[in-house]
Write a protein that binds this ligand. Structure first.
Ligand code: PDD
Length: 277
């Protein structure tokens, strides 16, 4: 008899629910997105859907209609009635008994949550501390995959050090990005961040920071930098959908600037808000 055991209960294999057999659980075999709303309006949904479509294509999940995903996101958001919401959704390849090789006819599984965004006023006003962590991820970080174990371990390590984000450092000693954010440094009039490549996520917020900077006028340099250079920066910040721009005032043990959010970062934050409203 083929069986499964769920907690302490023996279940015949054919009665095991599809949630337990989800390839997302076995293999992280799926991709996800996080979108947010500002004041009752979903922000940058098309950009997120485009990236989602690319992630799906990159891992060969072909049966998904993006128009339907858009409709589901909108329907769920409207139903929740949360004005500043975080909308998480993922699609996994489907459910089947564990086997690395998959059947191309599997029906993908869709899952979505709409929750209230946490109040981040204090983080934005005071800035956050971050700590570095080795980048243990795979070579396709441009895919927004459900495989987030390195990110989880890095964030947990940072939290244990009282830090709000972990900053990944690759084998060459260069910063790639945050464990769940893009990372920027300001050096004089230069705004610097890692170039888009397979080793980082093409962050939607990163794109809007670059857009916001057109009105701030810093020189954009898409070139990776080291932790030592970051520690010496005039200003640092992270960028992520759920929080847009958050100033970084402590990098490992080093206080950045005067330990308060810097003026260029504040200008970028203000410009960002004007893109949102
Ligand atoms: N994280 N880099 C990584 C590794 C990320 O996981 C994220 C987002 C970003 C920022 O991307 P965007 O600007 O598109 O949100 C960069 C999401 C929010 C998460 O995993 O919860």
């Amino acid at each position: 008899m083929q069986i499964a055991m769920i907690q302490d209960e023996i279940v015949p294999m054919e009665e095991v629910g599809s949630v337990y057999l989800d390839r997302g659980v076995f293999f992280g075999d799926g991709v996800y997105e996080v979108v947010r709303s500002y004041n009752g309006k979903v922000f940058a949904l098309e950009e997120h859907l485009q990236r989602f479509a690319k992630s799906l294509a990159a891992i060969g999940i072909t049966k998904v209609d993006i128009d339907e995903v858009r409709a589901r996101v909108q329907q769920a958001f409207d139903t929740a009635g949360i004005s500043n919401a975080k909308i998480y959704f993922h699609i996994t390849r489907g459910s089947a008994p564990r086997n690395h090789v998959y059947d191309k006819n599997l029906e993908p599984n869709f899952f979505l949550t709409v929750t209230e965004l946490a109040d981040d006023t204090e983080a934005k006003n005071k800035g956050i501390a971050v700590s570095t962590h080795p980048d243990w991820r795979w070579k396709r970080c441009d895919i927004k995959s459900l495989n987030l174990l390195p990110n989880v371990l890095a964030r947990q390590d940072a939290a244990g050090k009282g830090c709000a984000e972990a900053i990944f450092v690759d084998d060459a000693g260069l910063i790639t990005e945050g464990a769940s954010s893009a990372f920027f440094g300001i050096f004089g009039q230069r705004l610097q961040t890692a170039p888009l490549a397979n080793n980082i996520l093409p962050s939607i917020t990163r794109g809007f920071v670059i857009e916001a900077n057109k009105n701030v006028g810093l020189e954009l340099v898409e070139k990776s930098f080291t932790p030592a250079q970051a520690a010496d920066a005039d200003e640092l910040f992270i960028a992520v959908t759920t929080q847009d721009i958050v100033p970084v005032v402590k990098f490992d043990d080093k206080i950045i600037g005067d330990g308060k959010p810097g003026s260029s970062t504040k200008q970028l934050m203000a410009e960002f808000q004007s893109l949102v409203l």
